[in-house]
Design a protein around this ligand. Structure first.
Ligand code: LLP
Length: 383
């Protein structure tokens, strides 16, 4: 590390266009994931060697082929539900490290994970106060709230006032006393402030804060600085400088070599590897608006409706034609919010054209639903 971030290369889907057009002609809407891109992102994070253990945040995309590839790349897995733990158990070797990091989960979820020997992170007093027996003799981690949240939207900031996550630091002494009473062995500290963070200094700051807390506590062996590594929405935006992230972390690590450094990214590993392919259904003018209908709606990709997230949209059938028409790109779902992209310049498009919605590999299929009893886009993985 130490180099400046390289200029963003052309996205993989440009070279894969003929294949993608064929896939969309067979069936649409359709998510397509490019496995080499997932592997490349995993290697980019591992390359510096600063991070001792990387856990993939399964919630971003639990597709079995992606889980297997990431296990092959040496990653562990961070899960938030029994379903995610089961998906990992079914697809990756038992030797891959796993973490259970639930929030407001019922007692049974903890009992199940602990019975399977999975390292569990707590972020409240309640589990120790009411289910103390479960934790006797167990190694646990503690997620703390460092008092602030970050991220691409209010709904994904997971720290500070108004967020339900993490133990407030004024309850730390009570937590330590309870852990002692229950015979739980606190081995790690964790913080995750939010999703879609593009400030390279962020994780080093969290690391330093956790390290100084760990010095006070004494029994800590690892510090988990969470995920949240952002991927810019606009193709012209600067990507997160991963080398700079590693430089900041390495600097803190020199001061606290006694603690292993863990990280749990989701989006960074899979977002750019995924596209959503949809076909144009209808064209309609209404008032000042020119609507372009797609056969994928908010039931396949809810991010624009939920977070006003911006995803690049191109007409893959007319990739080199002049983008001279201003469209509102909408889906077939019965809600006014069923918009994939507002005010998008595209070539004049016709029924059957294939639209490609980029950066859809993270929190796309994972958040899909059967709303309106429309099946969400199916998923295909390509090499
Ligand atoms: N660790 C914890 C404890 C988390 O809660 C999350 C994400 C991650 C790691 C991974 O964060 P990532 O590296 O993917 O940013 N649906 C939203 C994102 C919600 C993220 C929830 N937690 C979206 O589509 O933007």
């Amino acid at each position: 590390y130490g180099r400046a971030a390289a200029a963003a290369p052309a996205p993989w889907w440009r070279a894969a266009r003929p294949r993608l057009l064929k896939l969309a002609a067979e069936r649409s809407p359709r998510y397509v994931y490019h496995l080499p891109t997932v592997r490349a992102h995993a290697r980019a994070l591992r390359a510096s060697g600063v991070i001792d253990r990387l856990y993939y945040a399964v919630k971003a995309n639990p597709h079995p082929v992606l889980l297997r590839a990431l296990a092959e790349e040496g990653l562990g897995f961070e899960c938030v539900s029994p379903g995610e733990l089961a998906a990992v158990a079914a697809n990756v070797p038992a030797s891959a490290p796993r973490l259970f990091t639930p929030n407001f989960a019922p007692r049974g979820d903890y009992a199940e994970a602990l019975a399977d020997g999975i390292l569990t992170t707590l972020d409240a007093l309640h589990p120790l106060q009411h289910w103390g027996r479960l934790f006797k003799g167990r190694e646990i981690a503690l997620r703390v709230d460092l008092g602030r949240g970050l991220g691409h939207h209010d709904k994904v900031r997971t720290g500070g006032e108004g967020s339900k996550f993490g133990l407030p630091l004024d309850q730390l002494d009570a937590f330590l006393a309870l852990a002692d009473d229950c015979g739980a062995r606190l081995r790690g500290l964790h913080a995750h402030l939010g999703s879609g963070i593009l400030d390279a200094a962020h994780w080093g700051e969290v690391y330093a804060q956790l390290a100084s807390l760990a010095e006070r506590i004494g029994s800590i062996e690892f510090l988990n600085v969470g995920g949240g590594l952002g991927v810019p929405a606009h193709p012209d935006d600067l990507p997160l400088d991963v080398h700079a992230v590693m430089r900041h972390l390495a600097e803190v690590k020199r001061a606290y070599p006694q603690y292993a450094l863990w990280m749990e990214p989701g989006r960074y590993l899979v977002a750019e590897a995924g596209v959503l392919l949809a076909r144009v259904t209808q064209d309609k003018r209404k008032g000042a608006a020119h609507y372009l209908g797609a056969d994928a709606g908010m039931n396949s990709l809810i991010r624009p409706a939920l977070y006003a997230a911006w995803h690049e949209i191109v007409n893959l059938s007319r990739l080199d034609a002049e983008a001279d028409t201003l469209y509102q790109v909408v889906g077939p779902i019965c809600e006014t919010g069923d918009v994939l992209g507002s005010d998008r310049r595209l070539p004049a498009s016709a029924e059957g054209d294939v639209l490609l919605i980029a950066n859809a590999g993270a929190y796309g299929a994972a958040m899909a639903s059967r709303y309106n009893l429309r099946e969400p886009a199916e998923e295909t993985v390509i090499e």
